[in-house]
Design a protein around this ligand. Structure first.
Ligand SMILES: NC(=O)c1ccc[n+]([C@@H]2O[C@H](COP(=O)([O-])OP(=O)(O)OC[C@H]3O[C@@H](n4cnc5c(N)ncnc54)[C@H](O)[C@@H]3O)[C@@H](O)[C@H]2O)c1
Ligand SMILES: N[C@@H](CCO)C(=O)O
Ligand code: NA
Length: 437
C-alpha cells in the first residue's frame, strides 16, 4: 500500500512564481518528494503553474505545460491555494504577493529585499486578509532561524543577534584570511566559482546582509525595523593589511550583522569586524552562514549551515509550504508578526563599539603621548597597545575598550591629522570579546 493512500482526496494547488536558481529546485523537490510531502502535510501538493519571464528558456525536468508568463493571473487563479514567490526584488514581487493574499492564498517567499523594505505593508495585508506569510528562506537560506525566533524563542527575551548572513562575502573574507590575497582577487575567485554574481554590489556592499539584519532585528525585538534603519558598511574597503593586522592579535575579519539592545532602544548594523579566532563565528568558513543568538533564559544559541544555493534554499521554502498547507487544512494560520515593543532604532554614533587601529608612526621619543591624548580627549579608553619596530618606523596597534562609535570615529579623524602619525594603516571594529556581552 502506498503511503499516500492514508490521505486520499485532499489536494492543495501550488503556484510557483519564478523559476531561477531557487524556483527550479522547488519545482524539482515538489515533484520528487510528492508522496512524502502529501503524508506529512495531509494533502497532495500539486503544482498548478509556474510563472516565468521567458517560455523558451530550457528548464530540464520542468513540465513545459505548467509554464506561463502571466504571473498575476496565476497568483490570483481561483484553483490556487498556496503561492510561492521566488522572483526576488521589489516589483512585481510585491504586487503579486499582495494580490495573492487578497485572493485568499497562503504565501511563501524567499524575498529578503521586499520584506526588509516593505515588510509592514506585506504583513498588514497578511493580517487584513487572514493569509499566511512565511519566509524562512529569506534569511540565512536553509538555516532554520526565523521560525525559531518567531516561535521557539517567543517565550524568551533576546538580547543580541550576531550573524554571518551573507555567504559570498564570507567566502571572500575567508580567502583573504587564508591566502593573504586582496579583495579584488578574492572577489574574482568567488565569481569564477559561482558564489558572487556578475554584479556583486548587493553582497559586497552588504545590502543583502542589511536586509537580513532588519528582518532578524524585527523578530528578535518585536519592533518594526526596515533596511533603512540598518547601519551598513560592506567589505570593499577591507585590505590585506587589515587581515594581517587582525592576525597579529589572534583575530579574523568577518562581515557581521549585529542586532542588539542599545540604551532604551535597539541598534542594527552590518559591517566588517575583527573577532577572536576562538569565537564560534570565526570557524564559519567558505560560503557558510551562522547566526548566534543570546537570549535571557536560553543563553547562547548558534544556528549554522548553508545560507545560499538553489537546493538548500528550496528546502527552507518547502518547509514553509508544508507549514502553510497544514495551517490551511486545519483552518488556522501561523503567528502574526509581533511589533508591540516599538523600540526606537538608535543611531550608529550612539552605539557602543570597540575599535582596532593600526598606525604607522615614527619610532622616536614623544610619539605615544599625542596618540594616547587623541583617544583620551574623546573619552575613549585604550585596552591594549602593541608596538613593532620596523627600522625608523613602528607599527602601533591599539585596541580600545567600548566607547560611543561617534567618539571612536572622531578619535580616528584626530589621529589622521597628527604629525607623528605617518598613516592610519587599518581601522576596524572589534566584536565578540570579553568586555562585550
Ligand atoms: N539563490 C540563493 O542562494 C538564494 C538564497 C536565499 C534567498 N534567495 C532569494 O530567492 C529569490 C530568488 O532567487 P534566485 O537566486 O532563484 O534568483 P534568480 O534570478 O535565479 O531567479 C529569479 C527568476 O525569476 C524570473 N522572473 C523575473 N521576473 C519575473 C516575472 N515577472 N514573472 C515570472 N518570473 C520572473 C527570472 O527570469 C528568474 O528566472 C530572491 O528573492 C532571492 O533573494 C536566493
Ligand atoms: N547572495 C546571498 C545568497 C542569498 O541570500 C549570499 O551570498 O549569501
Ligand atoms: Na533560513
Amino acid at each position: 500500500m502506498s503511503v499516500v493512500e492514508d490521505k486520499p482526496g485532499k489536494v492543495l494547488r501550488v503556484a510557483l512564481l519564478g523559476c531561477g536558481v531557487v524556483g527550479t529546485q522547488v519545482a524539482r523537490l515538489l515533484a520528487e518528494q510528492a508522496d512524502d510531502l502529501a503524508v506529512r502535510t495531509g494533502a497532495r501538493l500539486e503544482l498548478a503553474g509556474i510563472a516565468v519571464r521567458r517560455l523558451a528558456h530550457a528548464r530540464p525536468g520542468v513540465d513545459q505545460a505548467l509554464l506561463t508568463t502571466d504571473a498575476m493571473a496565476l497568483a490570483t487563479r481561483p484553483d490556487v491555494d498556496v503561492v510561492i514567490e521566488v522572483i526576488g526584488g521589489i516589483e512585481p514581487a510585491r504586487s503579486l504577493i499582495l494580490a495573492a493574499m487578497e485572493h485568499g492564498k497562503s504565501v511563501v517567499t524567499a524575498n529578503k529585499a521586499l520584506l526588509a523594505e516593505h515588510g509592514e505593508q506585506v504583513h498588514a495585508a497578511s493580517r487584513a486578509f487572514g493569509a499566511d506569510l512565511y519566509y524562512e528562506a529569506a534569511v540565512a537560506g536553509a538555516i532554520p532561524i526565523l521560525r525559531p525566533m518567531r516561535e521557539s524563542l517567543a517565550g524568551d527575551t533576546v538580547h543580541r543577534v550576531l550573524g554571518i548572513v551573507n555567504g559570498t562575502t564570507n567566502f571572500i573574507l575567508d580567502r583573504m584570511d587564508g591566502s593573504g590575497a586582496d579583495f579584488g582577487d578574492s572577489l574574482e575567485e568567488a565569481q569564477a566559482l559561482g558564489y558572487a554574481e556578475a554584479d556583486p554590489t548587493a553582497d559586497v556592499e552588504a545590502f543583502d546582509a542589511a536586509a537580513k539584519a532588519a528582518i532578524l532585528a524585527g523578530l528578535a525585538f518585536h519592533t518594526r525595523v526596515t533596511a533603512a534603519d540598518v547601519y551598513r558598511e560592506g567589505i570593499t574597503e577591507v585590505t590585506a593589511a587589515d587581515i594581517a593586522s587582525a592576525k597579529t592579535l589572534g583575530r579574523t575579519v568577518k562581515l557581521l550583522a549585529i542586532c542588539e539592545r542599545s540604551g532604551d532602544g535597539v541598534a542594527v548594523r552590518v559591517h566588517p569586524a575583527m573577532i577572536p579566532r576562538s569565537h564560534p563565528l570565526a570557524a564559519v568558513g567558505g560560503a557558510y552562514n551562522a547566526v548566534f543568538v543570546e537570549a535571557q533564559s536560553a543563553g547562547r544559541l548558534m544556528f549554522y549551515g548553508a545560507g545560499a544555493g538553489g537546493t538548500p534554499t528550496a528546502a527552507a521554502v518547502l518547509g514553509d509550504v508544508v507549514a502553510v498547507a497544514r495551517n490551511r487544512l486545519a483552518g488556522t494560520r501561523g503567528p502574526e508578526l509581533s511589533t508591540y515593543a516599538e523600540l526606537p532604532v538608535r543611531p550608529m554614533g550612539d552605539t557602543l563599539t570597540r575599535y582596532h587601529v593600526s598606525l604607522d608612526v615614527a619610532d622616536k621619543p614623544g610619539v605615544l603621548a599625542p596618540v594616547a591624548e587623541a583617544f583620551a580627549s574623546h573619552g575613549v579608553s585604550i585596552q591594549a597597545v602593541r608596538q613593532t619596530s620596523r627600522g625608523d618606523d613602528a607599527l602601533l596597534i591599539i585596541v580600545t575598550h567600548e566607547a560611543r562609535d561617534a567618539d571612536l570615529a572622531a578619535t580616528i579623524a584626530e589621529l589622521q591629522a597628527l604629525p607623528v602619525v605617518r598613516a592610519v594603516a587599518s581601522v576596524m571594529r572589534v566584536e565578540g570579546e570579553e568586555d562585550q556581552s
